[in-house]
Design a protein around this ligand. Structure first.
Ligand code: ADP
Ligand code: MG
Ligand code: ZN
Length: 628
């Protein structure tokens, strides 16, 4: 094994030394100067023999009457009065920034930078020659973590996601006995791309594949390859694949591959040579496996749309497995898995918890159970109750309740009517979801909250979307109806309503005047997303008007509904002001004009915040809506 690290230090020292010498030669003044003792200098000043002075910090250079140059050092930089004194004596005084000729900033620093750059180049070229990477700093080594043992996670630990497991079963079979497949001359999939929202269990399932097959699991994250120095990322990729070949059969898992795998050369933000080189190296490595190598490359992303299409060519990540947010059954199973080992009270119904958590992914559910356990532990209880689960779900969704936040009576009243309006809309509109819970307990950034009793739907119909818009607008409508004034509290409601209305027109072909045309699509770039519009200014104006008309119409519709049901609105608001939180059952009782039961502590301990008309995951994370 050669030890090149020593040589480079020698070279570096020589470079720095040489530059230093040049530096000293250059900074020495052209005119010869003599060092003057401080006392001599003072005497010369006093006797009026000094013609010029140049002050740099505490160094003073000067010219005497006889034309000779000198340098002297003061104990400290001269004070203003000292300088004034010199000027009064007819000396021409100049001041210079002290660093002007300082060898450190003037030459040494650039020299060191040059040295470092040379060092980087040297490493780079060595890496390209396929060096063994054992140097003083081997930062070209991949940061991959190798689990020599297969992970303990298996498919049993993965709930829901049945389709994904089925698709991955083949990979497991191959890794278990590669020879069987090689003998048949079958072309085995090389790369599998797991696609799904954050927390949906991509890493978890990849690990489970390795666990099922009992092979080593080598992980790296896309961001490990993103480095400042050109070539380092590529070298790390090479290293990662080397490691894998030594451990075959095994799985390489590249998490968040979008960090390296973004589309090349889209021009935005200037070319990124380093990233492109890294991506090219990844492609080269994937193409370079010979048939007999039993390494499967898995990768995960929540942004398949930004990936370079070259990654998806045959022989690379030609398999995509969607890991969606789980449906209600999946959620229940995930809860069940993570509840094992936690003492649940008899009243806990995981099915109910699953039903009230649409849009939650595996990570959220795991988090929910953990929060519930923490709540129970904090109150020194033996079991986790349903109340803990409810509180935990709210917490995961919007952060802890702000029980200590003091609201004025006025704020409370407005919030009660606002949320009451949302609730009546959700209850009475035919295609809206019912009401799961209403509260005026502040939580997160919101003062109140109406949680709909939503089922998972994959297809949003036009009627359902219109009702959703009306539900979103109902809070403001109630304010206007009751207070004949409006507040700022409906901002988020409007944003949701407007987004839905606009997308109905421009993306989902749901407006008669605009036909089934995709007017806009989302594009993502290195710098973030933006909307690409495929229409003229004229159409833009028509769309804006249509959005406004659509929202106006829904607003009038919901205003009318609330006007007709004013008595019920009053009852709901009054009940909210009294007990702060109403569950579904209590809400129905209030609507029917029946008295609430004894207001137990349970209802008072309310929670919650802003109206969630559509969970963001569903509407943004495209898989939910529309399908094709
Ligand atoms: P991702 O990689 O998609 O962001 P993770 O795999 O890191 O998500 O999931 C986070 C956690 O959520 C995991 O540690 C796991 O405990 C839990 N989890 C996610 N999906 C499931 C599932 N289908 N079954 C069981 N647990 C899950
Ligand atoms: Mg992950
Ligand atoms: Zn609202």
């Amino acid at each position: 094994m050669k030890t090149p690290s020593l040589n480079i230090w020698v070279i570096l020292l020589v470079i720095i030394g040489a530059v230093w010498a040049i530096n000293i030669a250059l900074t020495s003044p052209a005119t010869p100067t003599a060092d003057l003792k401080l006392s001599t200098f003072m005497n010369e000043v006093r006797s009026g023999k000094v013609r010029e002075l140049v002050v740099e910090d505490n160094r003073v250079r000067g010219v005497l009457d006889d034309g000779s140059h000198f340098t002297t050092y003061l104990p400290a930089p001269p004070s203003a009065s000292e300088v004034e004194d010199w000027i009064a004596r007819g000396i021409e005084v100049r001041a210079q920034p002290p660093h002007a000729a300082s060898p450190l900033s003037g030459f040494l620093l650039p020299a060191m930078v040059i040295g470092l750059i040379l060092l980087a180049f040297w490493y780079f070229s060595r890496a390209n020659r396929g060096g063994d990477g054992s140097g003083a700093f081997n930062f070209t080594k991949s940061r991959a973590r190798v689990l020599a043992e297969a992970p303990k996670t298996t498919f049993k630990d993965v709930a829901g996601a049945e389709e994904a497991k089925e698709e991955l079963e083949e990979i497991v079979e191959f890794l278990k006995s590669p020879e069987r497949f090689h003998r048949m001359g079958a072309r085995i999939p090389r790369g599998v791309l797991l696609v799904g929202p954050p927390g949906s269990g991509k890493t978890h399932i990849a690990r489970a594949v390795a666990g099922e097959a009992r092979v080593p699991f080598i992980t790296a994250s896309g961001s490990d390859f993103v480095e400042m120095f050109v070539g380092v990322g590529a070298a790390r990729v090479r290293d990662l694949f080397e490691t894998a070949k030594k451990n075959a059969p095994c799985i390489i898992f590249i998490d968040e591959i979008d960090a390296v795998g973004r589309k090349r050369g889209n021009g935005m933000g200037g070319g990124n040579d380093e990233r492109e080189q890294t991506l090219n190296q990844l492609l080269v490595e994937m193409d370079g496996f010979d048939k007999e190598t039993s390494v499967i490359v898995m990768a995960a992303t929540n942004r398949p749309d930004v990936l370079d299409p070259a990654l998806m060519r045959p022989g690379r990540f030609d398999r995509q497995v969607a890991i969606d947010a789980p449906d209600v059954r999946g959620r229940e199973q995930i809860l069940r898995i993570h509840a094992s080992g936690k003492p649940l009270a008899d009243d806990v119904d995981l099915g109910v918890v699953a039903r009230r958590t649409p849009g939650f992914v595996g990570a959220d559910l795991e988090n929910l159970l953990n929060e519930a356990a923490l709540l129970a532990a904090r109150e020194r209880r033996r079991k986790i109750t349903m109340k803990d689960m409810e509180e935990a779900a709210d917490r995961v969704m919007m952060g802890p309740a702000k029980k200590s936040m003091v609201l004025t009576e006025f704020d409370k009243r407005i919030t009660a009517y606002h949320e009451g309006g949302h609730a009546l809309a959700a209850h009475y509109l035919e295609h809206a979801d019912g009401v799961h819970k209403i509260t005026i307990m502040p939580r997160g950034r919101a003062l109140g909250f109406m949680m709909p009793d939503r089922e998972d739907v994959l297809h949003w119909t036009r009627k359902r979307l219109l009702d959703q818009i009306a539900v979103a607008l109902a809070g403001r409508a109630a304010e206007e109806l009751v207070f004949e004034d409006v507040t700022t509290g409906a901002e988020n409601d409007f944003r949701q309503a407007t987004e839905l209305a606009r997308r109905m027109i421009t993306e989902w072909g749901m407006h008669p005047d605009f036909g089934q045309v995709a007017y806009q699509e989302r594009q993502d770039t290195f710098l973030g997303g933006y909307e690409v519009r495929h229409y003229s200014e004229e159409t833009a104006r028509r769309i804006d008007e249509a959005v406004k008309d659509l929202i106006d119409a829904q607003y009038q519709r919901i205003l009318q509904l609330l006007r007709d049901r004013r008595a019920e609105l009053e009852r709901v608001a009054a009940a909210l002001l009294e007990v702060e939180t109403l569950n579904a059952e209590q809400f129905l009782r209030v609507l029917a004009g029946e008295p609430l039961e004894e207001t137990d502590a349970e209802t008072r301990s309310g929670r919650d915040s802003e109206t969630q008309v559509i969970p963001k995951a569903r509407i943004r994370g495209e898989p939910g809506l529309g399908g094709v």
